[in-house]
Unconditional design. Structure first.
Length: 701
């Protein structure tokens, strides 16, 4: 067996051998393109130009190594000549009619490696000078004004004339009149370009035709599926005013039923432009109604390591009426105390399981509202310490959760109103369960709202998204916790270039408890039996209702629950209250770090900024900085406590979203500003590095 000095050398040798086996080669007599450089551009985007040409940079594996995993991009001189013509055509499409490509140079930078340089003279852009309208006389005055206003926004005078925007404006203006009931509308936009004066005059003409209404709705391709639920979701009746937006909304509602792979809404306009009743033919393709899912996975983080299976079954026409029923079972085992910063042989195998049953019904209450019931049963260990002691107990909970509610999407606004009843029954994986832990009942309604104004829900490049979650626990709803919780969230996405997105997120969590929360202040004697009993109950509720920060979707330089108040909890320490001497004192403030666990706070803020880079194919990377804080007091937003971490990440696109790996580094001396850093830091990775590794599916925000 190699000694500890030989292990790094062996590791490097293995990695080098793996990379060598994955290397690509350059054919004899050919050259690889290391980089394509666009020169001379000021207003045009270099990345957009590169998207239009065949020559491209040879991709880098992990953004570092060319010719590893990915093939080289090879130089083709004939294709390069065509690329120069493509660049000129692209420039003109962007309104630069004087644009000329001055040169396409090939520079040899190494044996069999070249750099391609395309030099461009942009010239002066042509701008929209005047906007004229024809054929609007048949429209009501108010509709005329709306049409002209929309055209002026889509094609503003003084802006650079772009062919793509010009074509899109024509379609948008046609849709606007179609939404007003003009099913046979024709909109034509023509542009007169004066290349000498660099100006463009645009004429927009419209032939609205008569207003129309919807006729009969016919369905094709249903097979054995019932017609009623589909027609209810489409929610278009004969005689309703014709609208293109109504057709698009109906199509999405039909897809949301979950039983169709495609839906086409085909208005039967006919050959006559005077028809005022428009039948609609709905053509659908039925997808698989039932599916079995089998999978598995491994979770490895600073808290625990587990191995689990994922088993599931779903039926999208359960008991008819297009009800959707699904069941999933996730059995697993925690390899305790193995974790990412403590590579040791597992001493115990802690079984865990999660079972979820869900029933959904579309068209509940009204056509576009979905009702759902979800029942969950779980058993899991509660592991909070990054450096547990061998003698520490291992508490766990059997959790039952019942959720019933409704959800609705209106254009880009999503809302969900539900009520949750949650029962937590404590047990112990080791020794007897702590006597202070009792069965806990939580009951609360929840309202979730999300407004998405982004261009893509999975990988947004531009736009904003706003969300909020409100919960009311206790009071008339019963249960052991009585509180109000607010968690607003805002996200912004700005395109820096065609391939680079700057993303930012800010969120606040505010918890207003009425019958718990004093233990978050972490004060008072622990030897008084009355105080100890009250604290135990308080800490138990706070664990499930309190606020935490840290983890893959929070501050990525910290482990899950790594930011927030910490305190002594008897149920997580050997001997409990009776063995306080081993923890350094009888007051909560004097307890040693290795006896403390995260207990949750009452105020949280988080902020993140991230630069996302699209690399080759499905691979992308990111540079990020996260900051967060959790306070033990209500409405106590401490902006000087940054808990700042920055790092690098990699992503790989899959059909369910990007697989994400982030490495966050806690920057020394930037955790708390203008004062001493009194917060307890989580254990460093491998006992050396102030780093956390976060793994997940989907972007962090």
């Amino acid at each position: 067996m190699p000694n500890r000095h030989q292990r790094p050398i062996a590791f490097v040798a293995v990695v080098t051998a793996m990379l060598t086996c994955a290397c690509a080669s350059i054919p004899a007599g050919r050259s690889a393109i290391d980089r394509v450089a666009i020169q001379g551009t000021d207003q045009l985007d270099d990345d957009d130009i590169k998207e239009k040409i065949a020559a491209a940079d040879s991709p880098k594996f992990l953004g570092l190594f060319r010719g590893v995993v990915y093939d080289y991009e090879l130089l083709d001189r004939v294709a390069l000549q065509r690329d120069l013509a493509r660049v000129e055509r692209y420039c003109r499409a962007k309104g630069f009619y004087d644009c000329r490509v001055r040169a396409g140079r090939i520079r040899q930078i190494a044996p069999h490696h070249v750099r391609v340089e395309i030099a461009i003279d942009e010239g002066q852009p042509s701008k929209i000078a005047k906007l004229y309208f024809e054929g609007l006389e048949e429209l009501p005055p108010a509709t005329q004004d709306e049409f002209k206003s929309a055209a002026s926004e889509l094609l503003p005078v003084g802006s650079v004339f772009e062919e793509e925007q010009f074509a899109r404006a024509e379609q948008d203006l046609k849709k606007q009149l179609a939404d007003e009931g003009y099913a046979h509308v024709e909109v034509k936009a023509s542009a007169a370009v004066d290349v000498v004066r660099h100006s463009v005059d645009i004429v927009v003409s419209a032939k609205p035709g008569p207003k129309a209404v919807f006729g009969a709705i016919t369905l094709e391709g249903l097979g054995g599926l019932p017609r009623g639920p589909v027609l209810r979701a489409i929610d278009i009746d004969a005689g309703d005013p014709y609208s293109q937006s109504a057709l698009e909304s109906a199509r999405q509602a039909a897809l949301d039923l979950g039983v169709f792979s495609s839906v086409e809404m085909i208005p039967e306009l006919g050959n006559s432009t005077t028809t005022t009743v428009i039948p609609v033919r709905v053509k659908v393709e039925v997808s698989k109604l039932r599916a079995v899912r089998i999978g598995g996975g491994v979770e490895l983080d600073p808290i625990k390591t587990d191995v689990h299976l994922v088993l599931g079954w779903e039926d999208h026409n359960f008991l008819g009426a297009l009800r959707q029923y699904s069941v999933s079972v996730k059995p697993g085992v925690v390899l305790y105390p193995l974790r990412i910063n403590s590579w040791q042989v597992p001493q115990q195998f802690l079984p865990e399981v999660k079972v979820i049953n869900q029933l959904r019904r579309s068209g509940f209450i009204e056509a576009r509202t979905t009702g759902f019931i979800r029942l969950e049963l779980s058993a899991f260990p509660v592991l909070l310490k990054t450096d547990p002691r061998p003698s520490d107990p291992i508490p766990g909970y059997v959790e039952f959760k019942a959720v019933a509610g409704v959800e609705r999407t209106i254009k880009r606004l999503y809302g969900r109103l539900s009520h949750t009843v949650q029962v937590e029954d404590p047990f112990s994986y080791k020794d007897d369960v702590d006597g202070a832990l009792r069965v806990l009942v939580l009951s609360y309604p929840e309202l979730v709202t999300n407004l998405s104004l982004t261009d893509n829900r999975v990988r947004p490049h531009r736009g904003i998204a706003l969300g909020n979650t409100v919960q009311f626990a206790g009071g008339p709803f019963g249960g052991d916790a009585d509180d109000v919780s607010l968690q607003p969230d805002a996200r912004v996405y700005v395109p820096a270039t065609h391939r680079v997105t700057i993303a930012a997120r800010a969120s606040v969590g505010l918890l207003f408890p009425r019958n718990y929360g004093f233990s978050a202040q972490n004060s008072g004697s622990l030897v008084d039996p009355a105080v100890a009993s009250a604290r135990a109950r308080d800490e138990q509720i706070l664990f499930f209702r309190g606020l935490f920060a840290g983890g893959p979707n929070s501050n990525r330089g910290y482990p899950l629950r790594g930011i927030g108040p910490r305190g002594f909890v008897a149920a997580y320490n050997a001997g409990g209250i009776a063995n306080l001497a081993a923890c350094g004192g009888t007051n909560a403030a004097d307890i040693a770090r290795d006896c403390q666990v995260p207990i949750g706070g009452l105020t949280r803020w988080e902020a993140s900024t991230e630069a996302r880079f699209n690399l080759a194919g499905p691979v992308s990377s990111a540079i990020f900085c996260d900051a967060a804080d959790v306070s033990a007091n209500t409405t106590d937003i401490r902006l000087m406590r940054l808990h700042l971490s920055c790092g690098l990440g990699g992503r790989y696109d899959t059909p369910v979203g990007p697989i994400r790996l982030d490495i966050g580094y806690r920057i020394p001396h930037l955790q708390v500003l203008n004062g001493p850093d009194t917060d307890e830091e989580p254990a460093p990775l491998f006992g050396i590095f102030p780093v956390a590794i976060a793994f997940g599916i989907g972007e962090a925000f």
